[in-house]
Design a protein around this ligand. Structure first.
Ligand code: TYM
Length: 339
């Protein structure tokens, strides 16, 4: 048996809607980089999902390359991890249709991300936004992933994926699809917006000052952290930690590999200004090398093309195999059965 099939499969995806931010990094990307060697690992750029919000064509194209450069600069290694573009593997959409035919409208109506996004949508809501989680389920199930490392905001989508896999296997009385587990770390799973610590940091956030992007300059990071919303106190008081301070402390704790309680205790009584400077320093030390390495990858387009072509070749092989089993179970005829 080849090494890649002996190990369990892990898979995740990220949308190419902007440069990744600190929430993406702490909630997802850094975990992907740590886990890649221990699993049969698939990571893809979710460009079909990005289309659920209108994207200028040239920007979308460029964002795909930028995203891949930032992933590689964050430690994702194509030697261990199969990186590819979602839209290069049509099998995702084929499985997605089959799953659409067994997903209930009520299930999709209950998705909190759909409810949030539909509140924000200025014009007519598109059907893609509604069936978004079904495509996400297909992304996962087509690779028979055992684990899906994501941030907290994706938990409900993974739950739906599990239900669909179980429903499919039950309906067709065969264990065709693997029921995946979410992999969500207890720290960093929900990094909050620096300007609105009650809302998660999000590429579509209302204030760009509240989002730290992986391409922000050192000065920009310092400015954003300094202006982070806290509360009416001047200094850290352990008995009274506001959401803004808790968020900064969690970021600091992850980046310095310390428990958050220990961080808060060590800053107890210190002025907010002093604490913010230390948080900014930790973030700058993490982001600077990523930003600089990504710039180098970005000028080597040929290398990025090779990584993505190699990735889709490997991914396609697995996806075709699963889809063959799905056709067989559901009674759909494969073209090759006619010759
Ligand atoms: P996306 O592109 O919004 O985010 C990529 C990853 O970053 C995590 N994340 C966060 N983690 C902590 N704090 C935050 N503030 C924060 N914001 C984002 C997300 O949880 C995610 O893990 N639907 C997915 C893309 C996708 C996918 C998939 C993921 C499509 N198909 C299949 C896994 C499996 C999304 O929009 O992620």
């Amino acid at each position: 048996m080849p090494a890649s099939t002996r190990r369990q499969t892990m898979l995740s995806g990220i949308q190419p809607t902007a440069i990744p931010h600190l929430g993406n990094y702490l909630g997802a990307i850094r975990n992907w980089a740590t886990l890649q060697k221990d699993f049969n690992y698939f990571l893809f750029i979710a460009d079909w999902h990005a289309l659920t919000i209108p994207q200028p064509a040239e920007e979308l194209r460029e964002n795909v390359f930028k995203l891949v450069a930032y992933l590689l600069a964050s430690g994702i290694d194509p030697q261990y991890c199969t990186i590819f573009i979602q839209s290069h593997i049509p099998e995702h959409l084929e499985l997605s249709w089959i799953l659409n035919c067994m997903t209930y409208m009520g299930e999709l109506n209950r998705m909190t991300q759909f409810k949030d996004k539909s509140k924000k949508a200025e014009e007519n809501l598109n059907a893609g936004l509604f069936s978004y989680p079904v495509l996400q389920a297909a992304d996962i199930l087509i690779y028979r992933a055992h684990f899906v490392p994501v941030g907290e905001d994706q938990r409900q989508h993974i739950e739906l994926t599990r239900n669909l896999a179980e429903r499919f296997n039950r309906r067709y009385k065969k264990k065709v699809l693997v029921v995946p587990e979410p992999y969500i770390k207890s720290d960093g799973g929900r990094v909050m917006d620096l300007q609105d610590p009650m809302a998660k940091m999000s590429k579509s956030g209302a204030f760009s000052n509240g989002i730290i992007f992986l391409n922000d300059s050192d000065d920009m990071i310092l400015r954003k952290v300094k202006s982070a919303v806290t509360d009416s106190q001047q200094s850290i008081a352990l008995a009274n930690i506001s959401p803004g301070i808790a968020n900064l402390a969690e970021i600091y704790a992850i980046l310095s590999n310390e428990p958050v309680q220990q961080v808060l205790e060590s800053f107890d009584g210190k002025m907010y200004g002093q604490f913010k400077l230390q948080v900014a320093e930790r973030i700058i030390d993490t982001i600077r090398p990523i930003r600089e390495t990504a710039q180098r990858y970005l000028v080597d387009r040929k290398f990025l093309h090779e990584v993505l072509l190699e990735g889709s070749k490997k991914a396609r092989k697995v996806a075709r195999e699963t889809l063959g089993d799905v056709f067989e179970a559901t009674g759909l005829l494969m073209e090759k059965q006619l010759s």
